[in-house]
Write a protein that binds this ligand. Structure first.
Ligand code: GLN
Length: 497
């Protein structure tokens, strides 16, 4: 039996301060939950000893009255964040033996705030994917089961948690951790949050340091939090964010207290509804939920304004040029010499080739090939340079829209979670999962997903809020209002018990 796994971060901090219970008890419970939830395959590496040691130190600080901001909170860390002395695989075979000698800045910020990390979470290989099925460490199972006509109760097929931060989303939804780190390049925090009924924030590009986060597409990658409430995500972001001299793209901007967005009314807030996010084929349940979300915010005092983002349809194809281009360059470092796997070969070239052939999975290889192609002489102007220009147009669309509104409301994902066996076999169909999340990524804007309801098949659906650059607080303000109106209390079938 676990007693404390239902607590939110805010509730746990309050209980610690009131001496109702201690971090070591709460963390021990979460270690038990980790064991119970092993069939979901959320973790690549569990670190219970480190978590317990951290919790003991937290106990002592609460007793001494010197507690840190997130002291004793059990979290888990996506295995894309380098962790000192703990294997970091990025979900790839090529890094199966990689033990970093340093901690990522975001990870260190959380450790310095007193958190207890339970382990390293499964993910799509190098964060490339939307279903956590490209990991070299196996699929992650969502704790949710489908109900109703499509696959009643226990007959539900095993579902994907979304990706790439699939382990993060699944473990938080299943009450195995109070929160988790994620990274979002084109939707990898928001889409899995939507699939699993939790909250996930992709901050403004540059808000959280990328230092020590294994790179996928450097101009898009952004760390952010997962938790079960908007408040908990704001609390985590307070600690995760901050300027970092080790990351030249980290923003020279003060970190505000993101919880300032909570508990405010939204009277007069202008919510933009981007017309282009309602393509003719949009799932009718998602379309209806989006309308409902807008009505909730209107009832809470906001003004609803239709806006246009005319280049939306080009975001996805543009992303699938820019992200693979950057990935092909970033992944050139895995040559068998410096990190992880090294395969034998008759000469140096053969070692490189064999290492990369054996170490990378199919999706990663596909992207390296696309990226190398679009960057090659003769094609660079036609693809890569053009994509950069379109990216600028997409960003400009948002600038124009934000002259008329303060926050945008849109769906997060075009469907509920799909089954392991129902996954699209066509990679382009899989890429369509990110049609609603990619535009904000291209513009570097903050965006988040809030659970808003259940579809007829019993699975969660999120709504997405997109904010102005570095205005996470207004986005969080709208998200808190949405969360309150939606009153999402549904829980997954598989949970820590
Ligand atoms: N699903 C998208 C991709 O495969 C986005 C992944 C991400 O945000 N890391 O690239």
């Amino acid at each position: 039996m676990t007693t404390f796994t239902h607590l939110t971060i805010a509730q746990a901090l309050k209980g610690y301060r009131n001496k109702d219970f201690k971090p070591s008890e709460v963390v021990a419970d979460h270690i038990k939950a980790t064991e119970q939830l092993r069939p979901l395959n959320c973790y690549i590496t569990e670190t219970p000893e480190q978590a317990l040691a951290a919790a003991k130190a937290s106990d002592a600080r609460y007793a001494a009255g010197t507690a840190l901001p997130l002291d004793g909170i059990p979290l888990a860390n996506k295995d894309l964040f380098c962790s000192k002395g703990i294997r970091t695989t990025a979900g790839s075979k090529i890094l199966e033996n990689f033990v970093p000698t340093y901690e990522s800045t975001v990870g260190q910020n959380l450790l310095d705030a007193g958190v207890a990390f339970l382990g390293k979470l499964n993910l799509d290989e190098f964060a490339m994917g939307s279903a956590n099925i490209t990991s070299a460490y196996g699929y992650v199972e969502s704790p949710w089961k489908r109900t109703g006509a499509e696959g009643a109760g226990h007959n539900s097929p095993k579902l994907v948690p979304g990706g790439s931060s699939g382990g993060s989303a699944a473990i938080v939804a299943a009450r195995g951790a109070m929160g988790a780190t994620g990274t979002d390049t084109g939707g990898s925090i928001r889409q899995p949050a939507s699939f699993t009924g939790i909250v996930g924030i992709k901050p403004t590009y540059g808000r959280c340091s990328r230092w020590g986060v294994v790179a996928f597409a450097s101009s898009l990658d952004q760390p952010g939090p997962f938790a079960r409430t908007v408040e908990d995500c704001a609390l985590m972001l307070n600690t995760m964010a901050g300027e970092d001299p080790k990351d030249s793209t980290s923003a020279r901007i003060e970190t505000p207290d993101f919880t300032r967005g909570l508990g405010q009314d939204i009277k007069g807030l202008r919510i933009g509804i981007p017309r282009e996010y309602r393509p003719s084929g949009l799932n009718s349940e998602i379309s209806a939920l989006w309308d409902k979300g807008a009505a909730w915010l209107r009832d809470a005092g906001a003004e609803i304004i239709e806006v246009s983002l005319p280049h939306t349809e080009y975001a996805l194809p543009t992303y699938y040029i820019i992200a693979p281009a950057e990935c092909s360059s970033n992944l050139a470092r895995y040559d068998g010499m410096r990190y992880g796997l090294r395969a034998e070969g008759k000469d140096l070239t053969a070692v490189y080739e064999n290492t990369r052939a054996q170490g990378f999975g199919r999706e990663v290889k596909r992207r390296i090939m696309i990226g190398t192609y679009v960057l090659s002489a003769g094609y660079y102007d036609a693809y890569y340079r053009k994509a950069q220009r379109v990216r600028a147009l997409i960003a400009r669309d948002f600038d124009e829209a934000f002259k008329k509104c303060d926050v945008l409301l849109a769906p997060t994902a075009p469907s509920t979670a799909f089954g392991w066996e129902e996954k699209p076999t066509d990679p382009v169909e899989m890429y369509l999962n990110d049609a609603f999340t990619i535009p904000a990524s291209m513009a570097g804007l903050p965006a988040m997903s809030v659970p808003a309801g259940l579809a007829a098949n019993g699975l969660p659906l999120g709504l997405q809020l997109i904010g102005k650059s570095f205005d996470e607080i207004t986005m969080i303000r709208a998200a808190a209002a949405l969360e309150a109106a939606a009153g999402f209390t549904a829980t997954p079938t598989i949970m820590a018990a």
